[in-house]
Ligand binder design. Sequence first.
Ligand code: SF4
Ligand code: SF4
Length: 376
Amino acid sequence: MAETLLVEPDSAFINDVMASGGADLKKCFQCATCTSVCDLSEDGLTFPRRVMIAAQWGLKDKALADPGIWLCHNCGDCTVNCPRGAKPSNIMGVLRKEAIKAFSFPKIAGTMVSEAKYLAVLFLLPILIFGTIAAIELRHPLVRPYIYAEVFPASILEPLFYAVSALAVLGFAVGVTRFVRAMRAAGVEGRILPALAPTLVEIITHRRFMKCTANKDRYLGHLLTLCGFVGLAITGTSVGIGTMLDLMHTPLPFLSGWKLFANLSAGVVLVGTVLLIGDRMKSPEKWNDTTYFDGFFIVVLAGVVATGILSELLRVAQSAGLMYSVYFIHLVLIFSLFLYAPYSKFAHFVYRTVAMAAARDAQLKAGAVTTQSVNA
Ligand code: SF4
Ligand code: SF4
């Protein structure tokens, strides 16, 4: 006797998707045009049509556990070709946002970072922390008036940022564990660790981005932002470990190798983020309810590098009042970037890596594609 499948739609999930930028979800009539144009659907796979139907039917667990939503690189080709105007690329973006919210730990953090109404609350915490530090330190006369550590001592900043980093790692660890469990429950069996290295190479080289036609303008901005960000992460981690082991002392000289590399990386991030913001600004028709969520991370990141560069210049110019004010904003933005990373668009990088690795390994195991076609 044929197995009976009981479909239990989650109508709250359908409403959430439609209210978060997926208003056209129900226009989809399953023609599969999107599948025929999506380069992720080679070899008889059914993406993104299968995700469209899961979302339409309110199958929340199925839709959010599908690695395809993370493999999608938002090229927009499906949306351009959809005969019903269902905007499947927008729906994939909304589902990524919903997945980050659903897997986040604590849940409230996922909700607060994804909704514009909580923006002031997000910044209030670091403003209070750094405002209190500055108020305490400024009670004493500054011995070296053009040194940031006089107002924001390393003895306070270092443990504070180690604690914030640890919270971010915890948020990612729990979120990714929940996501992997959801994938396993949905039948995705691919292993992650064995496929990690080739997956990271694919992400860094932006191989799939080059296949985009509708949204090809994002390629350069995305590539520069990612490469510069990796450069800053390498510098920040190395200098952090170096100072902890007493091998380095901040501020580093302007002409030190690490300083030059950090400045180069910051410049690359700044150009990349400006290109991405410019691309979004010049196409208001692409704005939807995920624009705030997408923009939060990009704008905070652009703000971090812009205020970082400006802080250095103001220190050289010995403009005490202005340099401490800009550095204050810089610290507030770095704190926000780190603490909210597991719930912002930055989390894309982590979830996408895990999903791509699992999908790559599952495809290889199933023999659905050859090693050559995975690497093509
Ligand atoms: S999203 Fe559009 S192209 Fe894809 S199946 Fe639905 S109607 Fe067809
Ligand atoms: S946006 Fe591009 S990658 Fe994503 S589902 Fe549509 S066609 Fe595929």
